[in-house]
Every structure is written in structure tokens, then in C-alpha cells.
Design a protein around this ligand. Structure first.
Ligand code: HEC
Length: 158
């Protein structure tokens, strides 16, 4: 083999190798994706918790704290989620994953639910700092955004 064709075939091997790695994540990468999405989901949970407690009168309404929580919720639902939902990281395939296989087999609807979540969080972000009534009015759509997705795409944990 000439030097040039050797270089060409080595680069081809590298390109093909890279493609395989890209298409099929390692177990470590799958586990890491689950951790990423859990951290993001917990941030959502913590911030909707702050808003729900105010809505229900468990804690006093505080415009500044409500705005902070709504902004953090909006940020969490708006991040690029591509790294979270690596194909192959469904329940049974990666540590602690409770994602249903439908996340990937029904991805158009899953993405539509993610987009609707952003719309609801935007409305909450606009309302939370106005007054308690505005916060209360915005909360059901946010809750439905979480619950509507979990119902179809999150396997119950027990
Ligand atoms: C588009 C779909 C979708 C939306 C919208 C969504 N979630 Fe999730 N959520 C999931 C899936 C799927 C899982 C399971 C992930 C896993 O275990 O791998 C999950 C898991 C969780 C968990 C468990 C995390 C853990 O550490 O086990 C919490 C808490 C959570 N979501 C809160 C929320 C809250 C609060 C909202 C709304 C503000 C929300 N989610 C909106 C799909 C969604």
C-alpha cells in the first residue's frame, strides 16, 4: 500500500469509527444522560413546589420569590434537551431510568409536549410576579404540562 492510500484508509477507519461511537452511546454516556435529566427535572419540581405552595396559601405570596421560581422553571424547561434523551437510555437500559420507550418511538408527540411545557412556563413567568391571583391562574397549565407528559412517558417508580 502506498503511503498516501495508507493515510486515506486510516482516516476512513477513523471516520467510520467515529460514526459508530456517535450512533451508539456507551453505557456510561447513557447513565450520564439519565443523571442530567433527573437533575433538570428536580429543578422543575423544586420551583413548581415554591409556586404551588404560594398558590395554595401554604406560604405567603412573595412577588420576588415567585418571579425567581418562575424564571428558574422557565430556564429548566427551555434548555436544549438533546443530551438528556439519548436513544437507548429508556427504563431497563440505563441506571435509574424511568423513561418509557415511547419517548423515542413517539418522539414527535414527546417534543410537542416539551414545546407546550415551554409555553405554559412562559405564561407563568409573565404572571408570577404580578399578584397571587395571576400566579394561581397560570398554575394549572404548568401542572398539566408536567402531568400530561409523565402520564405517557414516565414509568411509575413503584
Ligand atoms: C415532555 C415530557 C416531560 C415534561 C413536560 C416534564 N417531565 Fe418530568 N419527567 C419526564 C420523564 C420521561 C421522566 C423520567 C426520566 C427518567 O427517569 O429517566 C421525568 C421525571 C421527572 C422527575 C423524577 C426525577 C428523578 O430524579 O427521578 C421529576 C421530579 C419530574 N419529572 C418533574 C417534572 C415537573 C415538575 C415538570 C413540570 C414543570 C416536568 N417534570 C415536566 C418527562 C417530562
Amino acid at each position: 500500500m502506498s503511503r498516501v492510500s495508507k493515510i486515506i484508509s486510516l482516516s476512513l477507519a477513523a471516520i467510520i469509527g467515529a460514526t459508530v461511537v456517535y450512533a451508539q452511546s456507551t453505557q456510561e454516556e447513557l447513565n450520564a444522560a439519565v443523571e442530567l435529566r433527573h437533575t433538570n427535572m428536580k429543578t422543575r419540581g423544586a420551583n413548581i413546589g415554591v409556586l404551588a405552595k404560594m398558590a395554595q396559601g401554604e406560604t405567603p405570596y412573595d412577588a420576588a420569590a415567585a418571579s425567581t421560581a418562575a424564571a428558574a422553571l422557565l430556564a429548566a424547561v427551555s434548555v436544549d434537551q438533546t443530551p438528556f434523551w439519548l436513544p437507548g437510555s429508556e427504563n431497563g437500559m440505563a441506571n435509574d431510568s424511568f423513561a418509557a420507550p415511547a419517548v423515542w418511538t413517539n418522539s414527535a408527540d414527546f417534543e410537542a409536549k416539551s414545546a407546550a411545557m415551554i409555553t405554559a412556563a412562559e405564561a407563568m413567568n409573565a404572571a408570577a410576579g404580578v399578584d397571587l391571583a395571576a400566579l394561581q391562574a397560570a398554575l394549572p397549565a404548568v401542572g398539566a404540562g408536567c402531568g400530561g407528559c409523565h402520564e405517557l412517558y414516565k414509568i411509575p417508580e413503584n
